[in-house]
Write a new protein. Structure first.
Length: 183
């Protein structure tokens, strides 16, 4: 990734390192693809700010990131753009200063993610934060009516007369009972 978004842990200044995030869509796509997210299209790449601080073996990354991504609605399959704004406050642990033989995590570090490698890649983090903020099952609109399971019509555009659900068997029994009484 672009070196401007990467800092080595042992080069983090004592008063922290601030970086402006302005990734192009292609850069964001490349990072997302490496993580297996191939179905996301980036309308505008992550933009925002991050600050990296280090205290001993702990590395803190805080910031905020905004992006516009194109998702596919799980109900009607329409593509729709979704604005994401995500603030993050992450803690990693690094063994960079560990004394020889002291590579085991302290108990309080067990919950904390280990920093992969000896660098912090803010571009990776920004993309990951946007991806994690996306819903598992995106819908174009909360009231999306989706595709008709019978005829496939997009019911947001054209209503259809199909009966979406099979009739409830209890009501069918009731209807038979009623019609038997009527005759
Ligand atoms: Zn939809
Ligand atoms: Zn239909």
């Amino acid at each position: 990734m672009a070196p401007k978004f990467v800092i080595a842990v042992d080069r983090i200044p004592s008063d922290g390192w601030s970086v402006h995030i302005d990734l192009r869509s292609e850069q964001a796509s490349a990072i997302a693809r490496e993580r297996g997210w191939t179905r996301i299209e980036w309308v505008s790449g992550p933009e925002g700010n991050a600050r990296v601080l280090r205290s001993g073996r702990d590395v803190f990354v805080t910031g905020e990131v905004r992006a516009m991504v194109r998702c596919t609605c799980v109900r009607c399959l329409e593509r729709h753009d979704r604005a994401v704004t995500e603030a993050f406050h992450l803690t990693y642990v690094t063994d960079i200063d560990a004394a020889p033989g002291e590579h085991e995590l302290r108990p309080e570090e067990m919950e904390v993610e280990a920093l992969p490698g000896d660098t912090v890649d803010v571009a990776d983090i920004a993309v990951e934060q946007v991806l994690l903020a996306l819903p598992d099952h995106p819908v174009c609109h909360p009231d999306c009516r989706g595709l008709c399971p019978v005829c496939g019509t997009d019911r947001n555009r054209t209503p259809c007369d199909c009966r979406a659900e099979a009739p409830d068997p209890r009501f069918a029994a009731l209807a038979r009972w009623k019609s038997s009484r009527a005759s």
